[in-house]
Design a protein around this ligand. Structure first.
Ligand code: HEM
Length: 124
């Protein structure tokens, strides 16, 4: 047995000190082939309304303490993207490709994000 101040994680042989913060790796969940077909492929259509999305997709957390502002966050992201894409072409050159940081708790680039912008000129 272990001292009172330690806890056993059920169904594992892992024992940790009580109160130890635990962070779930979103990157780890996102590249786990138990939850996603071809996780290494960039495929936004996974999130099409007709598709079932796995419970492993938890960018806003899950359960009673999940983000209270999920809808606001998603709406904000859509508005910013729509405003940018209305006025700019945006791309990344091959030599400036971004790679995910597998050690980050959040989805983050390990080498920065370098983008090219070209203003779209509207012909009136
Ligand atoms: C894209 C934007 C956002 C993302 C990805 C995000 C993600 C998260 C995550 C992962 C959690 C922790 C959930 C958990 O512990 O299981 C959280 C909690 C929380 N978020 Fe957000 N969030 C975003 C935007 C916002 C905004 C805009 C607000 C407020 C206006 C907000 C307010 C909160 C609050 C108050 C909590 C704590 C909820 C609680 O502990 O009961 N979030 N968020």
């Amino acid at each position: 047995m272990w001292p009172e101040t330690f806890a056993h994680i059920p169904n594992t042989d892992i024992i940790i000190e009580k109160g130890t913060p635990i962070y779930i790796s979103l990157y780890g969940l996102g590249v786990d082939s138990r939850f996603w077909d071809e996780p290494e492929i960039y495929n936004p259509d996974r999130f099409a309304e007709s598709n079932h999305i796995t419970d492993a997709y938890i960018p806003f957390g899950i359960g009673p303490r999940m983000c209270i502002a999920m809808k606001v966050g998603q709406l904000h992201a859509k508005i910013v993207l729509a405003l940018l894409l209305r006025d700019y072409e945006i791309w990344q050159t091959k030599d400036n490709e971004s790679f995910l940081n597998p050690r980050s708790t959040f989805t983050a680039a390990r080498n920065g994000i370098y983008l090219q912008f070209r203003k779209i000129v509207q012909m009136t």
